[in-house]
Design a protein around this ligand. Sequence first.
Ligand code: MTE
Ligand code: MO
Length: 244
Amino acid sequence: MKKKNIITRRQAIITGMSSLGGLLIGCSAEAPPTYGNILRMGDALTYHTQRGIMNGKSLAKEYDYRNISSFPATGNVNPAATGSEEFDKLLRSDFSDYRLTVEGSVQRPTSFSIDDLKKLSSRSQITRHTCEEGWTAIAQWTGVPLSVVLEKVGINPTARFINFSTFDHFDELNSIDLFDALHPQTILAYGMNGKDLPLQHGAPLRVRVETQLGYKSLKYIKKIVVSDHFIDLGDIGWAWYAGI
Ligand SMILES: Nc1nc2c(c(=O)[nH]1)N[C@H]1C(S)=C(S)[C@@H](COP(=O)(O)O)O[C@H]1N2
Ligand SMILES: [Mo]
């Protein structure tokens, strides 16, 4: 009786694995490479499943003002304090010299001041942030849709990934695909809860990627590089795709 159960379970696992393989092979979306690494296979599975289920139509829930909660600042809370002289100088000038560089696979590489970005169309959204450590918090974010900035610089027809660099080197070219980049709620935020974005939450500019876990919403954005291919950062200890 016991033995039979074990065989059944093993068969179930084998069946499960082959259907997983079938799911991966059957899906036409191109995901970043897995190199046969088990964690990266999980990454690919969530990516394909999410893309299959969502079919490009899903918006993250938006809340009311009364739902706005206290919001912990985590990870880096001031790149000047962790050794960025460049950021320290910008902070002293109240970010008047700050420029967001957008380059790579684009027709018009451009540098934007915060005022330049504020002149573009803006969007405000009250959303829930979900940190991989287990806490959530709700805030209002105001900024320019990333799609508007990408439209401005004219991404090449071959562009596929949007890579971000940050002043604290939390991420050097960590990316989202064009699907998440053009998502209507993916914004470059310069405001939080009706005020300028506070230093500890990523001033002067952070990205809000409402379709993924909090760690993809990079603070202290310095540069955006558009690429035609996936830029592989190797194992940085975080899944590349963290859809929620
Ligand atoms: N540049 C940078 N971006 C970052 C981080 C960081 O340490 N540095 N931490 C990430 C993580 S894990 C989370 S949960 C959120 C936290 O944002 P908050 O400090 O505004 O709460 O920022 C993300 N973006
Ligand atoms: Mo996080």
